[in-house]
Design a binder for this molecule. Structure first.
Ligand code: ZN
Length: 607
């Protein structure tokens, strides 16, 4: 139950009111004594009349809780308020499970029922990068304030709030004050890598971590209408405390993309301006100063908002600026979360209707963009509050260095390149067929609630198969992978045998984008490009040259066609003409002995 604490403003309220209410009851007297002790020990006065003060408030906005303190705080709210429930969800690499807190004004926590009642779901994810804990603190205070004063938040009549207190638990447990060298607080914080050193904000598709798999299960269960993933930015210096990194309008597409661009973002920018935090799009200006504008961050499906977009969820990564004091950053994050809740409540009916409309359209849509490129000819404009860049001599190298001069702030309208165009578009098949051997793929589709049918008996099916003609593999390891680029594939039709237990994935679902963008090998973040099928890129057999020589000669004798192909290749490729082994290999690859598995993508299209 709500305890009988007085509080007129639970968020950074001033300390004067406390003197008037201290005498009100025995309970508050005990509290006053407790607070006096805190004051004696130098604890910040700002937190004094806040029931359920957080470590952030008690420290005067300079500290963030440990993982254990944070979870204990949520457990306390769960115990004291019937409107809050803290759930234990799936595992993470750290060995500890994820938690999900729900705020539901009606005290009903059955998500299916809540959605059937027309409630909207607002989902906040924190500490994906635990060195950036602004959202951890903002969410704790917001949830408390919702519980204490639901009457101040009319949106709660129609919105359910879902919060992951700490997503990267392993990173949160790996606490220090040194892993964010450029950041202005808090005093101690977690680390970016998870328990196995993965960056979870690259892991939403490949899902190497248990964190990502458990997150996917939560995300699909919630099917959130609005998603905010809280961060702190690196990069250039400027005046803004808050920037938004968000789903591209073109990529979100259709009526929902337009709604996001024309309604959601302008409302949130206006809200932040009113709260004293004029915001701008995430300053994606790496290796250059931002005064001439920048390109919108490409939120590929590997990232949280890119993943959300596959399921028609509007997503924002809140990016506070690393050099702003921690207290300001947490306040700005709080303001964004509060404003987002308010907006979702106000626009709920339209928001839900547009998502329903989009889901229905995507289930029957035939053409799916799978890669995007920025349109350099088209741009929007954004107001940018920057600092002038100067280039004094470095005390370290004696060479010119970049410095932002805080005595020379400027306000400027700059171009913002936020138009992306589809680069590769595929027609969806009726089904994909996935042999049961690729259980890792099937498991991920299941986690993401993709509907599948199991083939009942051994069958022959006419399918289209891709042959991987060409690809470039990154020479550098990236997030535990050697990512594939510049893929060229050739589609071939054939009748193939499938076994009982193999899986058909019908492409008539509202989650079609996830299906197509993971299973089409050329897609930006396909399973193929993330190395799920690398075993097919290596021949398993091969031949012994001295023995295959005789056989190759016979093959050429029997097939004038093959001989002609060989001669043509010799004429066009001098190196080839000089290599006996290369020519033998050519004959092998063009014979019945060639491995049918080699470079053949093992997921098939039924057109
Ligand atoms: Zn981050």
């Amino acid at each position: 139950m709500c305890p009988p604490y007085f509080s007129s403003n639970t968020y950074f309220s001033n300390a004067i009111k406390i003197t008037t209410f201290l005498a009100q009851s025995y309970t508050t007297m005990i509290r006053a004594t407790f607070l006096s002790i805190l004051v004696l020990f130098g604890v910040n006065l700002l937190a004094q009349n806040t029931p359920y003060p957080t470590r952030f408030e008690l420290s005067g906005g300079t500290e963030t809780p440990t993982y254990a303190e944070g979870i204990a705080y949520y457990q306390k709210l769960d115990a004291d308020f019937k409107t809050i429930k803290l759930f234990t969800k799936g595992p993470t690499d750290s060995g500890k499970p994820l938690h999900l807190a729900l705020f539901s004004k009606t005290r009903n926590f059955d998500l299916k029922k809540l959605r059937a009642e027309g409630k909207a779901i607002f989902f906040i994810n924190n500490a994906i990068h635990p060195g950036e804990p602004d959202g951890v603190d903002a969410s704790m205070m917001l949830l408390r304030d919702l519980a204490l004063h639901p009457e101040r938040y009319p949106a709660l009549d129609s919105v359910v709030v879902a919060i992951i207190p700490f997503y990267n638990i392993g990173g949160a447990l790996n606490r220090s004050s040194t892993s964010r060298v450029d950041q202005n607080g808090p005093k101690e914080h977690g680390f970016r890598g998870n328990a196995r050193n993965y960056d979870l904000n690259r892991d939403f598709i490949k899902a190497d971590t248990r964190n990502a798999r458990s997150f996917a299960a939560i995300f699909q269960e919630l099917d959130p209408d609005f998603f905010i993933d809280t961060h702190v930015s690196n990069g250039a210096d400027y005046q803004h405390v808050m920037t938004f990194c968000y789903t591209q309008e073109d990529k979100l597409g259709g009526v929902l993309g337009e709604f996001h661009q024309k309604t959601v973002l302008p409302s949130l920018y206006a809200h932040m301006q009113a709260k004293g935090f004029p915001s701008t799009p995430y300053v994606n200006a790496w290796g250059q100063t931002p005064d001439k504008g920048w390109t919108q961050f490409p939120d590929w499906p590997r990232y949280s908002t890119g993943y959300a977009a596959l399921f028609h969820t509007i997503g924002i990564m809140s990016e506070t600026h690393m050099l702003k004091p921690y207290e300001q950053r947490v306040k700005a994050t709080y303001a964004l979360l509060e404003g987002s809740l308010k907006l979702l409540g106000e626009k709920r009916a339209q928001w839900l209707a547009l998502r329903r409309q989009t889901k229905a359209a995507v289930a029957t849509q035939t053409d799916f963009p799978i890669t995007w490129k920025v349109n350099r000819e088209k741009f929007s404009e954004t107001e940018f509050l920057g600092y002038e860049a100067e280039y004094p001599l470095s005390k370290v190298s004696g060479l010119k260095r970049l410095q932002y001069n805080h005595d020379k702030p400027f306000r400027k309208i700059v171009p913002f390149y936020d138009h992306y165009e589809a680069e590769n578009v595929v027609k969806k098949p009726r089904f994909y067929v996935i042999p049961q051997a690729w259980f890792n793929v099937i498991d991920l589709l299941k986690t993401n609630q993709i509907q599948m049918q199991t083939i009942k008996r051994d069958s022959s099916i006419e399918v289209t198969q891709y042959k991987i003609d060409n690809l470039q593999t990154s020479r550098n390891v990236y997030e535990g992978h050697f990512f594939h680029n510049n893929l060229e594939v050739k589609a071939e039709k054939q009748i193939m045998a499938f076994a009982a237990g193999d899986v058909l994935v019908p492409v008539d679902q509202w989650r079609n984008r996830y299906i197509v963008e993971t299973l089409e090998p050329k897609a930006q973040d396909s399973f193929f490009r993330w190395n799920f099928f690398d075993a097919i890129l290596q021949e398993k057999g091969g031949f012994s040259s001295y023995h295959f020589e005789e056989m190759a000669a016979k093959l050429l004798e029997k097939s004038p066609e093959l001989r002609q192909k060989l001669e043509e290749k010799k004429r066009s490729d001098e190196k080839f003409a000089q290599s006996g082994d290369a020519q033998l290999n050519f004959i092998y690859e063009n014979s019945i002995f060639a491995e049918k598995e080699y470079r053949r993508y093992p997921i098939y299209r039924v057109e």
